[in-house]
Design a protein around this ligand. Structure first.
Ligand SMILES: Nc1ncnc2c1ncn2[C@@H]1O[C@H](COP(=O)(O)OP(=O)(O)OP(=O)(O)O)[C@@H](O)[C@H]1O
Ligand SMILES: [Mg+2]
Length: 267
């Protein structure tokens, strides 16, 4: 069995003006357990970055910390900085609800509300005080088009979201997330509950979305990472090991552990 030197790292950096989001010395603890061990990482604007690594390496923990989803876990403690437009959104006085309008999330399993397709999207906007039906209609149409779902549902907008297929529900959740016009979209294995065709459609949607959004996606699917992402980050045991252009990670990784992982020889 190969032994690797885990102290060795290869991590790409970007010019400041291209950075959409950045973490500095980010640690996440669950009780006594340190699950993220001080990650310094930048995400480039209007690109898709894939986080890969074996089960338990901390991909979800890291991703969830980026828009403070770990706040809801009592034993979780997050230290370090998460810089978005010059603001550390990890500070205790940040309005998390407002921040999530800028940094949105799509979950592993589609989780539409038990409401109509239309109201899944308008719900948050109505709660925020938008009443004009024309404005709401416009939001619904634009977001469903961006999520590549409009043509399939435009005549059924008032049917329950649960009448949709899994892939369609996931695209509805994407439409819901982008309807508030976030800059950054976090996705944790968004295709894991989808069949291959729905997965391909989701990848096409992501390529379309990156014109307007910065996307960070966790995936276990190496083909998906290779096909859909611009940059790939290899996580292992709570550390960022190698981070570079996707083509380099898959064809010419700097570290043996990375190339062994992406070719299925390890992990
Ligand atoms: N809610 C939690 N409470 C306590 N420990 C947790 C919690 N969530 C994750 N952990 C621990 O943090 C570590 C990283 O887990 P995480 O779910 O981030 O890994 P992952 O890379 O997303 O794995 P997978 O590929 O299986 O989804 C693991 O040791 C896990 O047991
Ligand atoms: Mg995970």
């Amino acid at each position: 069995m190969t032994t690797y030197n885990w102290d060795e790292k290869h991590i790409i950096r970007f010019p400041e003006k291209n950075v959409a989001l950045e973490t500095k010395d980010l640690h996440v603890y669950y009780g006594q357990n340190e699950s993220i061990k001080g990650i310094d990482m930048q995400f480039e604007k209007n690109k898709i970055t894939a986080l890969i690594g074996p089960s338990g390496s901390g991909k979800s923990t890291y991703l969830r910390s980026l828009n403070r989803m770990n706040d809801t876990i009592d034993i979780a403690r997050v230290t370090g900085e998460i810089l978005y437009e010059g603001v550390d959104v990890n500070r205790p006085d940040i309005n998390v609800y407002e921040m999530r309008k800028h940094i949105g999330m799509v979950f592993q399993r589609p989780n539409p509300f038990a409401k109509s397709i239309y109201r899944n999207i308008t719900f948050a906007h109505e709660r925020a005080g938008v009443k004009d039906k024309k404005v709401l209609d416009e939001i619904v149409e634009t977001s469903l088009k961006q999520a590549a779902l409009w043509d399939q549902v435009k005549d059924d907008l008032h049917k329950s979201a649960f009448t949709l297929s899994g892939g369609q529900q996931q695209r509805l959740c994407i439409a819901r997330a982008i309807s508030v016009k976030p800059d950054i979209l976090l996705m944790d294995e968004p295709a894991s509950a989808l069949d291959p065709i729905a997965t391909m459609q989701l990848e096409e949607t992501m390529l379309e979305l990156k014109k307007n959004y910065t996307i960070i996606i966790v995936t276990h699917n190496m083909q998906q990472a290779a096909r859909a992402s611009d940059y790939t980050a290899f996580f292992y045991l709570g550390d960022l090991i190698e981070y570079d252009e996707t083509i380099k990670i898959f064809q010419n990784a700097q570290l043996q552990s990375t190339s062994d992982y992406v070719s299925g020889r390890f992990g």
